[in-house]
Design a protein. Structure first.
Length: 121
């Protein structure tokens, strides 16, 4: 015997409100933007978001994760990281705005990838 919530899950009528209220983020799929974690780290500490944004394409999936190319990329963009740090030390909001604008500008470049990641549970 099934209840109303189980019928909603089986009929794919399980909305985000239902998932939050009754649990069940493990059912079905939900989408996250590709730069979601960059934005979270940027809100916590903007210079860290700038570092992640700078080296994001140069981190490898296997050992060694960081190569000389990654370190060169950090030094090539050191001015952006320092600007973000200085602006963050000036009341946090200027650094946050600067770093978020760098993240969004980098996403709109000519080689921008698909902005959505689908997560299937």
């Amino acid at each position: 015997m099934t209840d109303n919530l189980e019928n909603k899950i089986n009929a794919s009528d399980w909305k985000l409100f239902d998932k939050v209220m009754y649990g069940g983020l493990g059912y079905g799929a939900f989408c996250l933007p590709t730069n979601f974690f960059k934005i979270i780290f940027t809100v916590i500490f903007p210079p860290l978001g700038e570092v992640i944004n700078t080296v994001g394409d140069y981190i490898l999936d296997e050992f060694p994760y960081i190569t000389w190319e990654t370190i060169k990329q950090i030094f090539n963009n050191l001015n952006r990281i320092i600007y973000s740090f200085v602006l963050t030390s000036m009341f946090y909001i200027p650094g946050l705005i600067y770093t978020l604008s760098n993240i969004t500008c980098d996403q709109k470049g000519p080689n921008a990838t698909n902005p959505i990641i689908a997560v299937k549970n």
